[in-house]
Design a protein around this ligand. Structure first.
Ligand SMILES: [Zn+2]
Length: 646
């Protein structure tokens, strides 16, 4: 109001003032919840940030706690979507029951009826780079809303579910205490006090850090680097060497006085083996899969969330490290994946990923219509019968975890396979941070790449972080293992995660760009026509023919190839809604199934179906009772339009 008065009073000068205040407003918005990536946020920092963002952006965010960890820490999802848009079906189709109104069912939330993208991280607590990517995504989304057209459009029509920490106890220990914890509980619990998971680590030399203990051992599988003897090089079992052999363990291992060596591994559940996906099939033989699927509270929280959010079409499960993506399936041969899903995964999602990560896109993906030619060439050059059938081998950057050479599944209870097979999502497991490429100014290839990386990384942390991340080795007498040295990388800064600052920012931004692009592929249902034609009038009644045209204007179809046939999913449907006491259906029931609407994007080598549907009804309407069309798709959105009667 005030600005408007200024405009009229001061003319041109007022306009400039207006422009400045608008710019000021955007700048202010960008600074509402400042964040930087010069350090890891850990569990505490992440929680604090989520809380502030939810408070600062109440119209486009909602913070929900979806469960609690083994130690009682919150597992949180930040829902990012315009909370004033969206058409919950239950606002139009009231729940009724022959014996009375149903009123004890929680109403649908606006986000549940929008196409969804799920991003989570730190399922393995010591792989927390993804948590930072999640926070970066959140920052880009909330600050971009209202100032960036593309982001504003996504937040108005779609929903982002961001769960930065799936394994809060693991992240708390890995970051806040610098004790790497992959599983959902502490690595050991040897004090016999009857409690679990509360034992602190043993800082043997009392320097405030849990690093590594190395000692000379003729049977050891490490040698020192000749260039920089601070670096330990792992040698393969059976390798012959004249050099001094060493053993290296974590500082707090093997001091429990049981006389055994190398047995103090982690205990607890590997959350990425605890999902309800082929779990029973030999899962007991792999470490950490738990007593039954979802036996870990963290896994169960995700399982319940997905069960109540069938609107999720895209899913990302961040892990580290390696700098590549596993797409499903790790549990079944690719021969069993629907060719259309495979085409979307590889020719569209994979191609873009490889391009964005700077890799070489396979020729077969660039010319998918010539697959037969590549197939014939592979018959001569490859031992991978699955790849031959498919027509291409995977590039390093994009692959399946399934062992294709031996036709053998990789693991059991895998989260991305679960999300793909059970819910019909384009799920991915991205292993963030590639030590070969992501240290600014360096690339390491070929033999000894890891050793050369370590030499450079020790210099890098000296130049950029004052040498705080790597401790020089100091002599120490271990209570069980005798003379040796304690030192090495602080666990959170070794090679598993991106270094804070520039290296981390680069990882965050690349993957943010990729997920933003993935969000732009989501389907988007629209009702393009809702009209009625009066066929007959009789007293207070009119007989009306209603026509509804529905279109998916998004790029991808509203379901995966077999998506609509999954037990928890359904086809897209169109409802004709009117007062139940005044509208009688003469032809066509209240809702009509229209199958799965295709998207506007051409899927290579696949027959493109229709992205449009037309539905008709004949109804008898009493008086002027209004009619509405509600088109609803699980993963393509729900929209409403008034029927215009002529
Ligand atoms: Zn992992």
């Amino acid at each position: 109001m005030i600005m408007k008065q200024n405009y009229f009073r001061c003319g041109r000068r007022g306009l400039i003032l207006l422009a400045i205040s608008v710019m000021g407003a955007f700048t202010l918005q960008a600074q509402k919840v400042p964040i930087n990536f010069n350090r890891f946020h850990g569990y505490t920092g992440t929680q604090a940030y989520l809380k502030k963002v939810a408070k600062a952006y109440p119209n486009i965010t909602k913070l929900v706690t979806i469960g609690e960890s083994t130690m009682g820490r919150k597992i949180q999802v930040l829902i990012i979507s315009n909370r004033n848009t969206g058409t919950p079906l239950d606002r139009y189709v009231e729940l009724r029951h022959p014996r009375g109104e149903v009123n004890n069912v929680p109403p649908m939330q606006t986000d549940q009826v929008k196409p969804g993208l799920w991003i989570c991280a730190s399922t393995h607590g010591n792989e927390f780079t993804g948590t930072e990517v999640c926070l970066y995504d959140i920052d880009k989304l909330v600050t971009g809303y209202g100032s960036d057209q593309e982001i504003t459009d996504l937040i108005d029509h779609d929903v982002f579910y961001i769960c930065p920490i799936v394994n809060p106890d693991g992240v708390f220990n890995s970051v806040e205490r610098d004790i790497p914890q992959r599983y959902n509980s502490m690595k050991k619990d040897d004090d016999g006090d009857g409690k679990i998971n509360e034992d602190g680590p043993d800082d043997l030399n009392g320097d405030g850090h849990i690093t590594y203990f190395r000692y000379k051992n003729p049977k050891g599988n490490y040698i020192q680097d000749e260039v920089d003897p601070r670096i330990m090089i792992r040698i393969r079992k059976g390798t012959k060497t004249d050099r001094q052999r060493w053993s290296m363990i974590r500082e707090d291992f093997d001091n429990d006085g049981d006389g055994k060596r190398g047995e103090d591994g982690e205990q607890g559940i590997d959350l990425n083996r605890n999902f309800p996906e082929g779990w029973f099939d030999d899962a007991g033989y792999q470490g950490g899969s738990g007593d039954y699927p979802t036996s870990a509270p963290e896994t169960r929280a995700l399982a319940e969330f997905f069960t109540n959010h069938h609107n999720i079409l895209m899913a990302e499960f961040y892990h580290t490290s390696g700098g590549f993506t596993f797409r499903p399936m790790g549990s079944l041969s690719d021969n069993l994946m629907n060719p259309k899903d495979r085409a979307v995964y590889d020719f569209i999602l994979g191609k873009k990923y490889v391009e964005m990560m700077g890799g070489d896109v396979p020729q077969a993906w660039l010319h998918p219509d010539s697959l037969d030619v590549y197939r014939k060439a592979l018959e001569k050059s490859s031992k991978n019968s699955i790849a031959i059938k498919r027509g291409y081998e995977f590039p390093r950057l994009w692959r399946v975890s399934y062992d294709e050479i031996n036709d053998k599944r990789y693991g059991f209870g895998l989260q991305a396979d679960w999300a793909f097979k059970e819910f019909g999502t384009y799920a991915l497991t991205t292993e963030l941070w590639n030590y070969r490429k992501d240290l600014p100014g360096y690339t390491f290839e070929g033999k000894d790449a890891y050793t050369r990386f370590q030499r450079a990384a020790i210099r890098y942390q000296k130049d950029h972080y004052g040498g705080k991340y790597f401790l020089d080795w100091k002599p120490f007498k271990h209570p069980e293992l005798g003379e040796g040295e304690i030192g090495g990388w602080l666990p959170q800064y070794g090679s598993n995660n991106a270094f804070p600052g520039e290296p981390l920012l680069k990882v965050c931004d690349t993957h943010w760009q990729y997920e933003k692009w993935r969000a732009s592929l989501l389907p988007r249902i629209e009702v393009t026509q809702a009209s009625g034609r009066v066929l007959e009038k009789a007293g207070p009644y009119r007989v009306i023919e209603v026509t509804a045209k529905v279109e998916n204007k998004g790029k991808l179809a509203t379901q995966l190839a077999r998506g609509a046939s999954l037990p928890g999913n359904r086809q897209d449907v169109v409802w004709l809604i009117g007062n139940r006491d005044k509208v009688t259906f003469l032809q066509g029931r209240a809702f009509q199934k229209i199958g799965t609407l295709e998207g506007t994007m051409k899927i290579p080598n696949q027959r493109t179906g229709k992205n449009k549907a037309e539905v008709k009804w004949i109804v008898k309407v009493k008086g002027n009772a209004p009619l509405k069309i509600v088109a609803t798709s699980q993963k393509g959105g729900t929209v409403v339009k008034d029927v215009e009667i002529k």
